[in-house]
Design a protein around this ligand. Structure first.
Ligand code: ZN
Length: 161
């Protein structure tokens, strides 16, 4: 079965930057997603289209096809008192905040001064070329419910708990 839209794909992967640093890898041996539903970045999804279980794919994804280019406009100075006083705030910390459209965005503390904290709303992997090594473990047709929800159900997928 070849990978195309409306299929559930299980992959094992490692992700490295151009300096060979390991950025991410599939946990517990596998990661599964719904193809064609924007579950994964476009550059990786495109590279997997048409492949079958057992195949290995190596792909270098540009920032434009990955997490986007860095945007300095997403750097913002926030008063220190906007953060809980009893919480240590250090450069490099990441947390979830609410974006302009109410969506959850990951922000990173870029710098801490006495009165202000500089937060960076860029995705941590914005501007990074993403080098994936992928092996395809399984390809199956998605269920009607999975298609309706836009994500995978089951042991390796989404748990509605
Ligand atoms: Zn669901």
């Amino acid at each position: 079965m070849n990978i195309s839209d409306k299929h559930v794909v299980t992959i094992n992967y490692t992700l490295k930057d151009n300096d060979d640093n390991l950025l991410d890898k599939s946990e517990d041996g596998s990661f599964c997603y719904l193809h064609g539903a924007s579950n994964i970045i476009p550059g990786l999804e495109n590279a997997l289209t048409g492949k079958t279980a057992g195949e290995a794919v190596s792909v270098s994804v540009s920032p434009e096809e990955g997490y986007g280019l860095r945007d300095d406009a997403k750097m913002q100075d926030v008063p220190r008192e906007a953060f809980p006083a009893d919480t240590p705030i250090e450069a490099g910390m990441q947390f979830h905040a609410e974006g302009p459209d109410g969506q959850a965005v990951m922000v990173t503390i870029a710098a801490v001064a006495d009165e202000t904290v500089t937060v960076d709303g860029n995705h941590p992997l914005a501007g990074v070329t993403l080098n994936f090594n992928v092996t395809i473990a399984d390809v199956r047709e998605a269920s009607a419910e999975e298609l309706e929800h836009g994500h995978v159900h089951g042991p390796d997928g989404h748990d509605h708990g």
